[in-house]
Design a protein around this ligand. Structure first.
Ligand code: HEC
Ligand code: HEC
Ligand code: HEC
Ligand code: HEC
Ligand code: HEC
Ligand code: HEC
Ligand code: HEC
Length: 489
C-alpha cells in the first residue's frame, strides 16, 4: 500500500482519520440539535442583532467625537446582551400580534399608521399569532403587496374590520380606494379609448369600461384588428399591468404602492429587517409617504414616446439619465431638465423645478370618481390656475370652517405651512383646493410638497407677458416660455 505521508506511520494515520470523522459527526449532530432548539425566528433575531452590531461598530470606528463614541459603545454593550425572545404586540383593541418576532427592527410604515396602534395584520392579513413562517403568511393580502388594487379594499379599505379607513366614509374624498379604481392611471381607460378613436373604431373617444375594471381585461380592445395583440402587450399590459404594477419586471409593487412606497430602479429593500434585506420586488424601505418626488412618477412617465399608429413604444435614448436622477431632489435645474423630461420636448422652468405633485392635484393622481375617456378631460390643473391670465388673477378661497378638506390635506404633509381659519388658499378653476399655495402680503406663495421650499408665484396679470388670453394650453405658452432656451422666452 502506498503511504502518501511517509513520515506518519500508517497506524497513526488511521487514528487521525477516525478521530476526524468522529469530530465531524459530532459537529453535525451539535448543529442539528442547535438549529432544532433554535426555531426560525430565533435565527432571524440573531441575524438582526449581528447586523445591528456590525453597523454600530462601523459607526464607532468612523466617529471622532469622544462623547458620541461613549454613547455608541454603551449602545453596543446593550445590543450584545440582547437574547432572542418572542415579541408580543398588544393592540389597543386587545388583539395580539407576533409578526415582529421575525420582522424585528422593521421601519414604522408611517406616522399615521404607528405599529403600536395598527399592528401589521390590519394591512397585511396573515396569522398574527403564528411563529411559523408559512403559517404566519398564509392568506396575506396581495402576497405581501397590500396596495395591489385587487386587494386594496381589504387592506387600505379595511373592509374586514369594522373601522373605516380609506373606503366607506361619508365624504367621497376620503375614499381613496374607490377613487383610484376609476382613475385613468389605474384603468388605462384613456389609452384604450384614444387609440380606438384614432383608429376609427369609435366616432368620438368613449369609455367602455367600468370603475374597478382595467383596460387590459377588455376581451377584444381592437375588434380583432391586426394590431390588437400589440395594443395589449406593448400598451395596455406594459405599464399598469395587473392593476398598476411598476414598469420594471423586478418590482411587484402595485396600485397604491406604485406612488406611495418610494423605490429606485433596483426595486430592492434596503431597510433594517434582515428577513427581506436585499430582496428584489420591494420599495427601498418599509415606508408610506405622500411626499412623492418626480423620480417616483418617472418610474412610469417620461420613459419614451408611444407610437399610436403602429403600437410600438420607443424608449428615450437617454433613459440612463432618468435612472440616475435622485429621489432627494439635489440636482441643479439644468440637470433636472435633462433627467426629468425627454429630449426635444419643451417645458417652462416651473415644470422642471417643481415636482409633479406640486401641480398635479390629488384628483388628478388618485381620481375624482369619474372615468374619463381622455387625459385631456381628466386633467385638472392649468397654467392659469397658478398664474392667472392677462385679464384675470388666480382664484382664492378663504378657509371658513374646521371641516374644510384643506385641513386634512395639511395634516398628511409636514411641509405644509400651518393652516388657520381665515387663510386664503388657491382654488383651481375646476374647484379643487390647493392648500399648499397661500396668499401672503406679497402675493401667492407655493410651498413645495416634497422639499418644503417656498416659491413666490409670478403673475401674468400686470406683467409684460405677450400671451393671447384666449390661448391657454401649455403648448401656447411653450412657444415663448422654453426653459431649455431653444426658443425665445
Ligand atoms: C417565522 C418567522 C416569520 C414570521 C412569524 C412572520 N414572517 Fe413575514 N417573512 C419572514 C421571512 C423569512 C420573509 C422573507 C422570505 C419571504 O419572502 O417569504 C418574510 C417576508 C414577509 C413579507 C414580504 C413578502 C414577500 O413575498 O416579499 C411580508 C409582507 C411579511 N413577511 C409580513 C409578515 C406578517 C404580516 C407577519 C405576521 C402575521 C409575518 N410576516 C410573520 C418570516 C416571518
Ligand atoms: C398601513 C399599512 C401597513 C402596516 C400597518 C404594515 N405594513 Fe408592511 N407593508 C405595507 C406596504 C404598503 C408594503 C409595501 C409592499 C411593496 O413594496 O410592494 C409593506 C411591506 C412589508 C414587508 C416587505 C418589505 C418592504 O418594506 O417592502 C414586510 C416584511 C412587512 N411589510 C412587514 C410588516 C410588519 C411586520 C408590520 C407590523 C409591524 C407591517 N408590515 C405593518 C403596509 C403596511
Ligand atoms: C405605475 C405607473 C404610473 C405611475 C407610478 C404614475 N403614473 Fe401617471 N399615468 C400612468 C399611465 C399609464 C397614464 C395614462 C393612462 C391613460 O391615459 O389611460 C398616466 C396618466 C397620468 C396623467 C394624465 C391623466 C390624468 O389622470 O390626469 C397625469 C397628470 C399623471 N399620470 C401624473 C402622474 C403623477 C403626478 C405621478 C406621480 C405622483 C404619476 N402619474 C405616477 C402611469 C403611472
Ligand atoms: C398615481 C399616484 C398615486 C396612486 C396610485 C395613489 N396615490 Fe394616494 N396620493 C398621491 C398623492 C400625490 C397624494 C398627495 C396629495 C397631496 O399632497 O395633497 C396622495 C395622498 C393620499 C392620501 C392622503 C390624503 C389625501 O387624500 O390627500 C391617502 C390617504 C392616499 N393617498 C391613499 C391612497 C390609496 C389608499 C391608494 C390606492 C388605492 C392611493 N392613495 C393611490 C398619489 C397616489
Ligand atoms: C401649481 C402652480 C403652478 C402651475 C400650475 C404652473 N406654474 Fe409656472 N410657476 C409656478 C411657480 C411657483 C413659479 C416660480 C418658481 C419657478 O420659476 O420655478 C413659476 C414660474 C413660472 C414662470 C416664470 C419663470 C420663467 O422664467 O420661466 C413662467 C413663465 C411660468 N411659470 C409659466 C407656466 C406655464 C406655461 C405653466 C403651464 C404649463 C405653468 N407655469 C404652470 C407655479 C406654477
Ligand atoms: C408647473 C406645473 C407642472 C409640473 C411641475 C408638472 N406638470 Fe404635468 N401638466 C401641467 C399642466 C398645466 C398640464 C396640462 C397641459 C395642457 O392642458 O395643455 C400638464 C399635463 C400633463 C400630462 C398630460 C399629457 C400631456 O403630456 O400633456 C401628463 C401625463 C403630465 N402632465 C405628467 C407630469 C409628470 C409625470 C410630471 C413630473 C415629472 C409633471 N407632469 C410635472 C403642469 C405641470
Ligand atoms: C408671445 C410670447 C408669449 C406667450 C405665448 C406667453 N408669454 Fe408669458 N411672457 C412673455 C414675455 C415676453 C414676458 C415678460 C418677461 C419679463 O417681463 O421678463 C412673459 C411673462 C410671463 C410671466 C411672468 C414672469 C415673471 O417672471 O414675472 C408669466 C407667469 C407668464 N408669462 C406666463 C405665461 C403663460 C401661463 C402663458 C400661456 C398661457 C404665456 N405666458 C404665454 C411672452 C409670452
Amino acid at each position: 500500500m502506498c503511504n502518501k505521508f511517509p513520515w506518519v506511520k500508517e497506524e497513526t494515520g488511521k487514528i487521525w482519520l477516525f478521530g476526524g470523522s468522529v469530530l465531524l459527526f459530532l459537529v453535525v449532530v451539535i448543529r442539528v440539535i442547535w438549529v432544532n432548539s433554535h426555531p426560525n425566528w430565533e435565527m432571524w433575531q440573531i441575524q438582526y442583532y449581528q447586523a445591528q452590531i456590525a453597523q454600530l461598530k462601523s459607526k464607532i470606528d468612523s466617529t471622532q467625537n469622544p462623547e458620541l463614541r461613549k454613547t455608541l459603545e454603551q449602545q453596543l454593550d446593550n445590543l450584545k446582551e440582547q437574547k432572542p425572545e418572542i415579541k408580543t404586540l398588544i393592540l389597543p383593541n386587545g388583539k395580539i400580534e407576533r409578526c415582529q418576532t421575525c420582522h424585528l427592527g422593521i421601519e414604522e410604515i408611517s406616522a399615521s399608521h404607528s405599529s403600536e396602534a395598527f399592528g401589521c395584520v390590519v394591512c397585511h392579513g396573515g396569522n398574527a399569532l403564528s411563529l411559523d413562517q408559512n403559517q404566519a403568511h398564509a392568506g396575506m393580502y396581495g402576497a405581501g403587496h397590500p396596495g395591489r388594487l385587487e386587494v386594496s379594499q381589504l387592506s387600505c379599505g379595511s373592509q374586514n374590520s369594522n373601522t373605516q379607513c380609506h373606503s366607506g366614509n361619508v365624504r367621497s374624498e376620503d375614499n381613496q380606494v374607490d377613487l383610484v379604481e376609476s382613475s385613468l392611471m389605474a384603468s388605462k381607460g384613456g389609452e384604450l379609448s384614444m387609440i380606438r378613436y384614432m383608429h376609427g373604431l369609435d366616432i368620438s373617444p368613449k369609455i367602455s369600461i367600468k370603475p374597478g375594471v382595467i383596460a387590459s381585461q377588455v376581451p377584444s380592445p381592437f375588434n380583432g384588428q391586426p394590431l390588437e395583440q400589440k395594443l395589449l402587450s406593448n400598451c395596455l399590459e406594459a405599464c399598469h399591468q395587473s392593476n398598476g404594477k411598476l414598469l420594471e419586471q423586478a418590482s411587484l409593487a402595485n396600485g397604491c404602492e406604485s406612488c406611495h412606497v418610494l423605490t429606485d430602479w433596483s426595486h430592492t429593500y434596503q431597510g433594517q429587517d434582515v428577513t427581506v434585506k436585499g430582496e428584489a420586488g420591494h420599495g427601498l424601505t418599509h415606508r408610506l409617504t405622500t411626499q412623492i418626488p418626480y423620480t417616483q412618477c418617472n418610474q412610469c412617465h417620461n420613459q419614451g414616446i408611444p407610437n399610436l399608429y403602429n403600437m410600438q413604444f420607443n424608449s428615450r435614448p437617454d433613459l440612463a439619465s432618468v435612472k440616475s436622477s435622485s429621489e432627494k431632489g439635489v440636482e441643479t435645474p439644468t440637470d433636472r431638465l435633462k433627467n426629468v423630461y425627454q429630449p426635444s420636448m419643451v417645458f417652462t422652468k416651473c415644470e422642471v423645478e417643481l415636482d409633479c405633485i406640486d401641480c398635479h392635484t390629488r384628483q388628478e393622481v388618485m381620481g375624482d370618481g369619474h372615468l374619463y375617456p381622455t387625459e385631456y378631460q381628466d386633467l385638472k390643473i392649468q397654467c392659469y390656475d397658478c398664474h392667472g391670465t392677462k385679464d384675470k388673477k388666480p382664484s382664492g378661497w378663504t378657509v371658513g370652517t374646521s371641516d374644510d378638506l384643506a385641513f386634512e390635506e395639511e395634516q398628511v404633509n409636514t411641509n405644509f405651512p400651518k393652516l388657520n381659519i381665515g387663510d386664503q388658499i388657491l382654488k383651481t378653476a375646476k374647484g379643487e383646493e390647493l392648500p399648499y399655495i397661500r396668499q401672503d402680503a406679497l402675493g401667492w406663495v407655493l410651498t413645495s410638497k416634497v422639499l418644503g421650499k417656498k416659491y413666490p408665484i409670478p403673475l401674468v396679470y400686470g406683467s409684460g407677458c405677450m400671451q393671447n388670453p384666449e390661448a391657454q394650453t401649455s403648448n401656447d405658452c411653450h412657444k415663448c416660455h422654453d426653459f431649455s432656451g431653444n426658443l425665445k422666452r
